[in-house]
Design a protein around this ligand. Structure first.
Ligand code: NAD
Length: 492
């Protein structure tokens, strides 16, 4: 591991995300030698705390995530943590932060490298970015870096996202901004590129001549839980489709990048998103369906969850068909779906190949079941791996074909070693590698696509609730794909 030098400043440093994900991930980077002695962490939030109490909270955060928080290693790590109470809306407070930052920079010989991580409500992102610059928190050492990491959501439509981006751009250049999409930190999402561009067998067939359709499913088993007040303002389309699903789809659809670098990969993803067909009103209405879960037994329907209005029209499920107008994909749809309170918790991609043009086994003398399509499944979670479904002869005297599967599943031992998305992404920020972050053009094309669906939905009152908990969504999601004489590969 290469040792990196940086001051980390976590805004919202006492929040749920920081304690649950960010600090344990940073500890893992430390354990693996990516951080040694030249780093310091400032946690800041409105809460009043001193260093000692903050360090106790960090220790608890490590313990809660299963680390040995009593070890010397952990206490050495924790000794690099400092706390400063700060109201981000009060410009005068920034000078206190600056003083502490400069002091720690000297103490730990940080060479002016700074990472500002905004892990709080997005309404503050713009103000913070502006004050970081105006109040002199960004280091002016010309060999040093200043990087801004921001959490989702990035706006709630194109206009608000642009406004936010304009605000950030006043202080930071695009290559200094790291927009988190933690799906891009997942092992099997990163594996899409290896699978495609590392295998002739795959990439040579990766187009509309051989692929019939591609299906992306992000299925959640739980309902809205404690996030109701946030979620009800957002809904599945904004919360899952605009970011995670669009990112996965662009990795599946893009052309081969010139080189495996962030600039080249982003350029191809943007190109793919530019050729995604933005629907007119009629097409948006036919190609997208929404759902909201009803009740079952003692499970309340969405409208009776805590903090959800009884007349909420927020969708907890989306399914849709995406079409790319380009040479590679014209005529091959991408079907996507995501929702809460579905049958199971998993993320997978199913690539359905076309059947052989002629089925020579379907001869009348020995009727054989029609050949099944080849399907390549990418299992993202909970299990990581691939499965390739082929046709083979049954092991008997007749000549019948049957689908068989070639499976590669990452074993449990190995998956324990797999870095968590946040560990990977923090590491990338330290390296200055933007590959697994959403660039502004990607975000803006994704919003323009999604806004069009939203616009159509907002014209009409939905018939909610419309799906049973533990199903795979409303009947309309089945009709959407059956209309095209296809079906979901994963179904109940
Ligand atoms: P949280 O509510 O737990 O924490 C918010 C933090 O901001 C707290 O430390 C609070 O003290 C601080 N804060 C609030 N107002 C402040 C002010 N005026 N000045 C200074 N500090 C202030 O939130 P969270 O769940 O940790 O989420 C943080 C961000 O991460 C959000 O953008 C959220 O959308 C995103 N996110 C969270 C999760 C998650 O699992 N929690 C997942 C994905 C994205």
């Amino acid at each position: 591991a290469t040792e990196r030098t940086a001051l980390f400043m976590f805004f919202g440093g006492t929040g749920d995300l920081a304690y649950r994900k960010l600090y344990p991930s940073l500890f893992n980077l430390y354990r693996k030698g990516n951080l040694r002695s030249h780093f310091a962490v400032i946690g800041t939030s409105r809460q009043t705390l001193d260093d000692e109490k903050f360090r106790a909270a960090i220790k608890k955060s490590l313990a809660d995530s299963g680390e040995r928080a009593d070890s010397k290693e952990a206490s050495d790590f924790i000794s690099h943590f400092y706390y400063q109470a700060h109201d981000v809306t009060d410009t005068a407070h920034y000078s206190v932060l600056k003083e502490l930052a400069d002091k720690l920079d000297k103490k730990y010989k940080l060479q002016g490298n700074r990472i500002f991580y905004l892990s709080m409500a997005p309404q503050f992102f713009g103000t913070i970015a502006q004050d970081l610059r105006s109040q002199g928190l960004m280091s002016d050492n010309k060999d040093a870096f200043n990087r801004l990491v921001i959490e989702k959501p990035f706006g709630r439509d194109f206009d608000s996202a642009k406004q936010l981006n304009d605000a950030l751009s006043k202080s930071f250049d695009e290559e200094q901004i790291f927009r988190i999409d933690h799906y891009l930190g997942k092992e099997m999402i990163q594996n899409i590129e290896a699978l495609r561009f590392g295998n002739t067998l795959v990439e040579s067939l990766w187009n509309n001549r051989y692929i019939d359709n591609i299906q992306v499913t992000l299925s959640e088993k739980l309902g809205v839980e404690e996030r109701a007040s946030y979620y009800d303002n957002s809904g599945a389309l904004r919360d899952m489709v605009q970011n995670h699903i669009m990112q996965i789809v662009s990795l599946l659809a893009m052309e081969q990048p010139v080189a495996f670098t962030d600039t080249d990969i982003r350029a191809e993803k943007v190109k793919a998103l530019r050729s995604l067909r933005v629907y007119n009103v009629a097409d948006a209405a036919t190609n997208f369906v929404r759902g909201q879960y009803g009740s079952i037994n003692d499970q309340a329907d969405y409208r009776h969850e805590d903090n959800v209005p009884h007349d909420s029209t927020t969708e907890t499920f989306v399914a849709g068909k995406l079409l790319f107008d380009n040479y590679r994909w014209s005529g091959t749809p991408f079907y996507i779906r995501t929702g809460k309170m579905l049958a199971d918790k998993f993320t997978r991609v199913d690539v359905v190949f076309k059947k052989p043009l002629v089925d020579i086994f379907a001869f009348p003398q020995a009727p054989n079941a029609p050949l099944a399509a080849n399907v390549l499944t990418i299992f993202v979670e909970p299990h990581a791996g691939f499965s390739l479904q082929l046709n083979a002869k049954t092991n008997d005297a007749t000549f019948q074909t049957e689908p068989i599967k070639l499976d590669y599943l990452v074993d449990a031992e190995k998956s324990k070693e797999t870095p968590e998305p946040y560990e990977r992404l923090l590491h990338d920020v330290m390296k200055g590698d933007g590959t697994n972050f959403s660039s502004w053009p990607e975000v803006s094309y994704a919003w323009k696509f999604v806004d069009q669906i939203r616009r159509v939905w907002d014209l009409q009152e939905p018939q909610f609730p419309n799906y049973t908990p533990h199903s795979m969504g409303p009947a309309a999601a089945e009709e959407l794909i059956q209309r095209d004489h296809r079906q979901w590969v994963y179904r109940l």
